[in-house]
Design a protein around this ligand. Sequence first.
Ligand code: PLP
Length: 406
Amino acid sequence: MFRLNENYLKLPGSYLFSTINRKVSAYGAAHPDKRIIRLGIGDVTQPLAPAIIEALHGAVEEMGHQETFRGYAPDLGYEFLRNAIAENDYKDRGCDISADEIFVSDGAKCDSGNIQEIFSLDNRIAVCDPVYPVYVDSNVMAGRTGTYDQKSETWSNVIYMPCVAENGFAPKLPGETPDIIYLCFPNNPTGAVITKAQLQEWVDYACRVGAVIIYDAAYEAYISQADIPRSIYECQGARTCAIELRSFSKNAGFTGVRLGFTVVPKDLKCGGVSLHSLWARRHGTKYNGAPYIVQRAGEAVYSPEGKKQLRAQVAYYMENARYILDGLKAAGYTVSGGVNAPYIWLKVPKGMTSWEFFDYLLEEVNVVGTPGSGFGPSGEGYFRLTAFGSRENTVEAVERIKTAGI
Ligand code: PLP
């Protein structure tokens, strides 16, 4: 008789967004006259930029003709896209990454969940707390995380690195030595960033202890300050200790189009074996490539027109972030993030829990955000608002919060 992968049974229910939806639906049903504004989810709302649409149309047309039709894409992705990525995201920024170290995929969620497969099950992971849940859950599914403690909501074999106001929401080097370190900057959910000097410390640490860093830079496009690194490969030594994950979801609105990539430098080795060869094997065996049409759309992200239009799109969201940040500060809230990231992280007032504040905002001002406790124990007492809404909704939500007072 077949048996299940019992690790899946250890996963606590996907509590966060299902609970949010349930509460919002119940409130909406009971108050049909209220207009609820959602600033909770991390999905974009602006349509695809014209340069992207043009590239998509062009590629669709090609697929309709015998001479230009394409079938399966190359394992690592089309060269035109990998070259554009290597040139624009790395070479132009002084990073030594070549096109054949880039693996094109259908997004950073899959890559961030799948990358753990190439590591031994007895490796110990370290994550920021709060954290994008995929890093931990994918390791739970693999059986790497030990047992779950309901009370503390932590896994026995995971090293949690608290990111709280006292450390500027930037993790300290862990006391216990991990094998795999997940870092995400600009951060989801806190919107925090670290400087190049701080990231260099992590690279030096990983090299020293023989750990690998999985660096999730999905929000890189939102960096506005000069000394914040856009890639971990800006740091010396990162080629020997770091894998970088990138996404086209937030810089180009591809959440429904699906495109991302992972960089595995050929210098990253374990006992003489290159991780690049393992990830290439995994990619070749389990993945058949992002669609040609989508990869052409990805190429357009790097065209002069594409860059201009997407800069404007990111600026639109960041203007929303500024509204939220300034408005909440004016209302007396303690807020952070929102300068190099589309997420605003606020301290919940009056000693409420994250969920109590969620209920308060929903019921008093009909605004939906995300309770920080849903991202990890250190998120308790915090709350995430996103800048991905429309301007109109963002401004109205902030006005409502300001009017309600603290
Ligand atoms: N990494 C982080 C930190 C994210 O917040 C998200 C999406 O919200 C992703 C990865 C997923 O990106 P993608 O849409 O490319 O799968």
